[in-house]
Ligand binder design. Structure first.
Ligand SMILES: C[S@@+](CC[C@H](N)C(=O)[O-])C[C@H]1O[C@@H](n2cnc3c(N)ncnc32)[C@H](O)[C@@H]1O
Length: 347
């Protein structure tokens, strides 16, 4: 039997698209884990310029609280999302934070060396993760999605992540899983590997990490056609790059590593907040524009740029890739209530 025989929508793509356009946006259906709720609220901790917010907005979630210590990031967030984030997480008063269903946090990759050998909650005191854990303990959201650099997984021979997971599982009572994901597999032409940690209050089933790769948007759709001449490097730098390296594809993004070795790909290496100015060059001749950096992180062109070039570079380098977290949040929304307890009684 062919797909044509079994699938009533086979060959009717146009009709389906027209129907979707007519009915407007498709609101994601929430799984049974969410107890019949129609829309979910969230808090956006360490919000930066709003990578999580952009993703959650596309999934019809309502932001009730955000915080970030960086003045300029807060200004950009307020400008684009009309919510004024609070500042330092360590200075928040729990009573000033409204209740919410889900917590999002791309917590900073500060040195985790502070985390010692004592077990449990006390062990993470003094870290920004501790501030997050305090909020989770007080507010008890039904779920969370955390993001960090992939090095968190191997840091301190795995002990740091182990401690974090222990706090989330044992002290706070969440069912937790984590995975390293790459923005390249979510349609973005950027190799950016991050660890995502997802937690649910109590038992849950039906949450699965994405296994299908979304085809990468070609660089040509990210790059601007007439970039301002100020983005072009000097003739001396351009010549030095082209003497050291020849690209196999065009357009490509040339990456210079710390040892000075140059490679080029039809995608960008990870945008970094504090990297040197010319470590990524389009075709070995110009820096990325601010809009291109935001596109590489999946921000739509409706996102307004109000900061100067070096601030946007830092903001984009810190941000979370929008389609990557959107895909994870979508799966969180579809989570189902676990029948585990009923099954064990029946057995
Ligand atoms: C990895 S970035 C997260 C970026 C965000 N996910 C986004 O998409 O833009 C970490 C953020 O934590 C913020 N941060 C650092 N220390 C903080 C603190 N004590 N309280 C609140 N925010 C803080 C930084 O300013 C930075 O924007």
């Amino acid at each position: 039997m062919t797909e044509q025989d079994t699938n009533p929508l086979f060959g009717k793509l146009d009709e389906v698209v027209r129907a979707v356009v007519k009915t407007g946006k498709l609101t994601p259906k929430l799984g049974s884990f969410w107890q019949g709720k129609k829309r979910l609220t969230y808090a956006d901790m360490f919000c930066g310029i709003g990578g999580f917010h952009e993703a959650a907005k596309q999934l019809d979630m309502d932001c009730v609280f955000a915080c970030d210590i960086d003045d300029e990031a807060r200004r950009v967030y307020q400008h684009n999302y009309h919510i004024q984030p609070a500042a330092d997480i360590a200075r928040l008063r729990i009573k000033d934070i409204p209740d919410f269903d889900v917590l999002f946090a791309g917590f900073p990759c500060q040195p985790f060396s502070i985390i010692g050998n004592r077990a449990g909650f006390e062990d993470v005191r003094g870290t920004l993760f501790f501030e997050l854990a305090k909020i989770l303990k007080a507010k008890q959201p039904r779920a969370f999605v955390l993001e960090n650099v992939k090095q968190l997984v191997s840091h301190n021979h795995g002990q740091t992540l182990k401690r974090i997971l222990e706090v989330l599982r044992k002290d706070l009572g969440y069912t937790v899983d984590y995975k390293i994901l790459n923005a390249l597999n979510f349609g973005l032409p950027q190799k950016r590997e991050r660890v995502l940690i997802v937690g649910f209050k109590g038992d849950v089933k039906g949450f699965e990490w994405p296994d299908k790769k979304v085809p990468m948007k070609p660089l040509s759709q990210i790059l601007e056609s007439n970039p301002d001449p100020r983005y072009f490097v000097s003739e001396r730098i351009r010549r030095a790059r082209h003497e050291a390296h020849t690209a196999k594809v065009t357009p490509s993004i040339w990456h210079e590593n710390k040892a000075g070795n140059i490679s080029s790909h039809p995608f960008s290496c990870a945008l970094r907040a504090g990297a040197s100015h010319n470590y990524l060059l389009v075709n070995g001749e110009r820096r990325l524009t601010t809009r291109e950096m935001l596109r590489l992180q999946g921000f739509p062109d409706t996102f307004e740029i109000i900061s100067n070039g070096s601030q946007v570079r830092r903001q984009a380098g810190n941000a979370v890739p929008v389609p990557m977290v959107k895909s994870i949040i979508e799966r969180v929304l579809h989570a189902e209530k676990s029948e585990a307890k009923r099954d064990s009684k029946a057995a």
